[in-house]
Design a binder for this molecule. Structure first.
Ligand code: SF4
Length: 264
């Protein structure tokens, strides 16, 4: 280290290897590995970016403004074509995995997107005259539903957006965009998971308690709690049915809402 102190760093890989030696961490390297190179971090970076693009777009949108994070990241920020290629490959794998989980749990899915997953599964079974799906079948349906690993994104815990590329969702005001921060209840592109059902039920219970407090205290937050109630109440028919006769739901629920509009 002393020999190179104060000299320009011509290669980061060299410095990294010296650091590993100085910190006595070489035993953590795989025995076949000849030292470490900065390229090793490319895959880690690609995985982190792909995970964020698939599972946490709201964070990226907060960072970059409400533009399409896919375009912003891959076209403007990540100039390294190899990293972009890795991101896209990993993103595709993650989306297919997401779809496989959805197919496996299709009977418990909610939202119109959930209905489409069930329909695709049943159609496949009918077409191939099968009573159950094997792993290869599930992969095939997952690729078909996601257009080979594109488009599906987790917009919040338990909510998957399946908006096709170049379409416009009710949450955004330009073509080819979604805005997870403004995800709308009842959107035709939504898949809701069983986790979302229990969360929705908990949220309705919580909102009703806060709504009652706001009423009792004649609080200015009353209209906010009414909006929250309408936001959460109409996602799942079973959750709606549970709370439909609650006096605050009767008084402050959406008068234009129709029960049959919630997918069964
Ligand atoms: S409103 Fe629809 S298109 Fe927009 S994020 Fe939610 S599910 Fe996707």
């Amino acid at each position: 280290v002393t020999k190179f102190s104060g000299k320009p760093l011509t290669t980061l890989s060299f410095a990294l290897n010296r650091l590993i030696e100085v910190l006595d961490l070489t035993h953590f390297l795989h025995e076949d590995t000849q030292g470490i190179s900065v390229h090793r971090f490319r895959k880690t970076l690609a995985r982190i970016v792909a995970l964020t693009l698939t599972n946490a777009q709201t964070i990226l949108m907060d960072c970059f403004g409400h533009e399409d994070p896919n375009v912003t990241l891959c076209s403007y920020i990540m100039s390294d074509k190899l990293i972009v290629a890795d991101v896209q490959r990993i993103q595709r794998e993650l989306v297919i995995l997401l779809a496989k989980d959805a197919i496996n749990e299709s009977e418990s899915l909610g939202g119109l997107g959930g209905e489409r997953v069930r329909d695709a599964k049943n159609k496949y079974l009918r077409l191939h005259q099968k009573s159950s799906l094997d792993p290869g079948d599930i992969t095939e349906i997952a690729e078909m539903l996601t257009l080979d690993g594109r488009d599906w994104v987790v917009v919040m815990p338990g909510v998957i957006c399946t908006l096709p590329r170049f379409s416009k969702g009710p949450c955004a005001n330009r073509q080819g965009a979604r805005n997870p921060g403004n995800c709308q209840t009842g959107c035709a592109h939504q898949i809701l998971t069983a986790y979302n059902m229990s969360e929705t039920d908990d949220m309705v219970s919580y909102v009703l308690t806060e709504l009652k407090n706001a009423l009792d205290q004649q609080s200015v937050t009353l209209s906010m709690w009414i909006s929250h109630l309408r936001y959460w109440l109409y996602r799942w028919r079973s959750v709606y049915d549970k709370w439909a006769n609650h006096p605050l739901v009767l008084a402050y629920g959406d008068p234009d809402f129709r029960r049959e509009d919630i997918p069964a």
